[in-house]
Every structure is written in structure tokens, then in C-alpha cells.
Design a protein around this ligand. Structure first.
Ligand SMILES: [Zn+2]
Length: 284
């Protein structure tokens, strides 16, 4: 039995209820996608949170991900996703002309997953897009679980990945890390595990079901059973809890955001105030 990390909160703030239609607009609860950018650069994170800056200018990877998610959610969800995004998915925005190449590739990724009984047995039966909420310290958090199987005590997150085996340089660790560490998925998994526990009172085992964008697509089911993975989950939740006070103060405008002075947002908003000694240039 894993250690439960649930920590009780003293706050009395009761945010409004979340539904699938107000989930993304809601600002009463923090979510991991909005929070993660603050961990990299608070200035960019804040600008994105306020809608003044787009962290990702290319929405294709997100749309391809949603295309695959909606397919495994239900026929209705997939159809409604296709209807909403007709212009982006179909050639000339016309379903009769066929899909653009990245969505044909997404179909291959879907077929790859569908042909795996292990994936279908794990991901298939769970409830899809389950909204979970809870508190970390004084703050309300939310999450949307891709597939939650409370009866069998696990949840899955479905991820599309370029290549599972690609190394991503990490300047803190000084060595390459895998896509899950690089994309901050440990924050998400740790948080969802905690929020599922706070919402349903059950400690669930996490899995990442992943499919690659290669031809042919690679696929795998990743578990978090080893000591290193468990430790990273614990550390990720600790990081959120340690840093959230300051980040919420930044959001409230009480303290200025920390600027990384490296990212696109910092470069485009940089103002010179004097000269820098040539030997004081900070290196990554
Ligand atoms: Zn920055």
C-alpha cells in the first residue's frame, strides 16, 4: 500500500462547482497545465495565465492529442470534436476531401492502440474525462482524469509522444531525462493521484498509456512502481506545495514575478537598464 500524501487544509474558501463546460474557463481552481509554466518562468507563466501570451503558438500537437482522446472517450465526443474543428482537421475544411496528414497519422496511432488488448482492457473500461478537485494547503486544485477505474483502483493518462527513447537535456540534473520528466508529467500524475483520493477517498495506481508519432507508431504502458518513480512523484507534489504560496501571490499581484531572462516572453519584454559585465553572463 503506497503512502497517502493527503494533507488537510485550513482554508474555508469554497469555490464553485466544476462541469465539463466551465472547466477550462474556471479560475477558482488551479490546474497543472496553468501552474507548470510558473515553475519554469513566473513572468511567462503569469502572462499566459492572464491570456496575454501564448506559450505554444502551434496548436497542432494539442489538437492531435485531443483528436485521439475524444476517440477513446466516446463516438459522440469524437464527432463533436470533429464538428468543432472541421477547418483544422479536414482539407479545405471539408470532410468530403479527407483529413489532413497529421490526422491520418493520428488514425494510425488510434489503430495501434486499439489493436492492443492490454491497452483496451486497461484504458477502455474506465470513466473518461473525470473532473477531480481538492485542496493542497490553502489552495483549490482541479484535474481532469483521462480514464479512471475506481473499482479496479487505477487511473490512466493518455499521452502522445514524439519518440519514447529520445533524451531531453535537463539543466538541473545535468543529464538527459525521458519525455515524462521533461514534460512535467510527474507533477500531473502526483496531483491527480492526490485529487482522486480527495474526491473519491480511494488511492489509485497511475499509468501513462503512450503512443508515439513515429511511422509506424510505438506504444507502451508506463507504470510508476519503482523507487525512483515513486520518489519523483513525492518530490513533485512537494515542489507544488512549496512553491504555490509565492506563485499565488504573483497571480494576486502582491509580488512581482521572477523573470528567467531566457524564454521567448522574457526576451520580448526585456528592457535595458544599463550595461552587463561581459563575465557576468549567466550560463545554463
Ligand atoms: Zn522567462
Amino acid at each position: 500500500m503506497p503512502t497517502k500524501r493527503s494533507k488537510k487544509s485550513s482554508s474555508s474558501r469554497e469555490p464553485s462547482r466544476l462541469t465539463s463546460s466551465n472547466y477550462y474557463d474556471d479560475k477558482n481552481y488551479m490546474d497543472v497545465s496553468s501552474f507548470k509554466p510558473f515553475l519554469e518562468c513566473e513572468a511567462a507563466g503569469l502572462a499566459a495565465y492572464k491570456g496575454e501570451y501564448q506559450l505554444f503558438t502551434d496548436d497542432k500537437p494539442l489538437l492531435v492529442g485531443n483528436y485521439i482522446h475524444s476517440y477513446f472517450e466516446s463516438k459522440e465526443s469524437h464527432q463533436s470534436f470533429l464538428d468543432k474543428n472541421k477547418k483544422k482537421i479536414f482539407k479545405w475544411g471539408n470532410p468530403d476531401k479527407g483529413e489532413k496528414k497529421e490526422y491520418l497519422q493520428a488514425d494510425d496511432m488510434i489503430k495501434t492502440l486499439e489493436s492492443e488488448p492490454l491497452f483496451m482492457d486497461l484504458y477502455g473500461p474506465g470513466d473518461k474525462e473525470v473532473i477531480v478537485t481538492g485542496r493542497l494547503g490553502d489552495y483549490a486544485w482541479k484535474g481532469k482524469v483521462d480514464s479512471l477505474n475506481l473499482d479496479r483502483g487505477y487511473f490512466c493518462d493518455l499521452k502522445t509522444v514524439d519518440n519514447f527513447h529520445k533524451g531531453h537535456w535537463n539543466k538541473d540534473y545535468h543529464h538527459p531525462v525521458n519525455f515524462a520528466v521533461d514534460r512535467g508529467y510527474f507533477y500531473q500524475i502526483a496531483l491527480y493521484q492526490e485529487l482522486i483520493y480527495q474526491t473519491f477517498g480511494k488511492w489509485c495506481v497511475p499509468f501513462i498509456c503512450a503512443v508515439s508519432k513515429q511511422d509506424p507508431p510505438d506504444k507502451d504502458i508506463f507504470k510508476f512502481s519503482g523507487d525512483e518513480a515513486k520518489q519523483l512523484l513525492d518530490e513533485s507534489l512537494d515542489t507544488i506545495e512549496t512553491r504555490q504560496d509565492h506563485i499565488f501571490s504573483v497571480i494576486a499581484g502582491e509580488v512581482p514575478p521572477y523573470r528567467c531572462e531566457r524564454c521567448k516572453w522574457c526576451r520580448q519584454t526585456k528592457k535595458l537598464t544599463g550595461a552587463t559585465d561581459i563575465m557576468d553572463i549567466e550560463l545554463d
